[in-house]
Design a binder for this molecule. Sequence first.
Ligand SMILES: C[S@@+](CC[C@H](N)C(=O)[O-])C[C@H]1O[C@@H](n2cnc3c(N)ncnc32)[C@H](O)[C@@H]1O
Length: 458
Amino acid sequence: MAHIANSRNSQLELFEPTGRVDKSQSKNGVGFSDPAFASNKTLPVHRWVPWIAGFSSDFVRDALSLYLNGEGTVLDPFSGVGTTLIESILQGFNVIGFEINPYAALACRVKVNAHQIGLNNLYSAIQGLKKFYKDKASSDYKPQSLPPEGFKTRAEFYSPKVLRKVLIIQDFISCVEDLMVRDLFRLAFASTMVRYSNYSYEPSLGRRASAGKEDILDFPVGEIILNKLIEMAEDIKWLEWKVPSSGATARIINASFFEHQAHIEPSSIDIIITSPPYLNNYHYNRNTRPQLYWLGYAETPRDLKTLEDSNFGKYWQTVRSQGRLELGFSLPGTDLEDNLDTLRALNVERGIYGGNGWANYAVSYFKDCYRFAQGISYVLKPGGKALVVIGNSILQGILIPTDYYFGKIAELIGLKLVDIHIPRETRVGNSIIQSAVRVTKAKASHQLYEAVVELEKP
Ligand SMILES: C[S@@+](CC[C@H](N)C(=O)[O-])C[C@H]1O[C@@H](n2cnc3c(N)ncnc32)[C@H](O)[C@@H]1O
């Protein structure tokens, strides 16, 4: 990789600034530079929905210019809120994205189609909302909409005054006729909805009270959403001018990548640019419960369970109580199995919080790495590349070089491991590492890094 912008520093922070990678100083050629540059948080369209991104838009842009010669099909098997998809569309490449979480998939769909939204319709809907909200919020209007019945939280999610305003907004959104505009409004609400709730991201979703913050008794809900919509409208104008008229297409598949055979032809993809969930148990589904329920994608906990079970790598919560799970393959020349055995033997007296629980989680994760590598091999054209941004991990004090193991798994499947680039040496740790219920309080910031595993299909 000659010059590729950095992945980001941690999946546990939302859109933190990232740096650039300079191959002249790469790991294999010794160390990387890390000058700061604007992150997704401030860039048009990328700024719409905060997410644990995996990488910045610059990383994707540079990768596309380096690896695709003007044409080709791009795939992101774990699209999140669509960094790879948007950049591909902006550069005129056809792109396919899998994303299992329906809220994130909505964000992808809205973003990649946004340049086709009729701006006049959008402006008049924004004006409509402004007037509707002003009239209704200041009168004794009784909203027709109801909060989602199945959405149960320990504390009241919205205080009564805030809830009334949110419901007024829902009343308006449900009547927007242009479906693309309506989805944009739904996204504007969903991407801001936690900000005026009694919950916050720390970075996992929890009660504000638990984080020492006061509940939000009242809030200018309409103003926040209108500002968001105005920002979106500005970006759509920018998109209209930026998206090439080549007619590149984007396909968003709201399903697990493990179902890829039902959706894509074998040997049809030129490049994969992606970042799967890391081995850090960041719970994408729990953290998006408010959006999933309020947008109507979940009605009961069973809906979340289905999502959880299909999530890449599973979650510790879903496998911790099971008997010993087996890897099902060997990884010669590595200490993966030794590490898993060591992990399993640790703190057995802590039950699910001890070795077996975490070893089961790690085993599930590497089993999915194996399936993922098989998927890469299935979809890539011969000579096609995959850039997989992945962080290492620390479980129960044991350092797990996930990037290295994943590279070796890919080799086992028959892919060529071209290189493992380490754009940034340290990243901030997470709750698994620091929590008091875990064993060793590792010095995470000195041991965690993020890597780009570069693979090629022979
Ligand atoms: C690190 S995030 C990717 C973020 C993305 N690079 C972006 O820029 O927004 C990983 C994503 O994988 C999704 N995911 C987890 N399991 C999946 C699966 N089996 N198939 C497809 N997507 C999955 C999660 O919902 C999450 O959005």
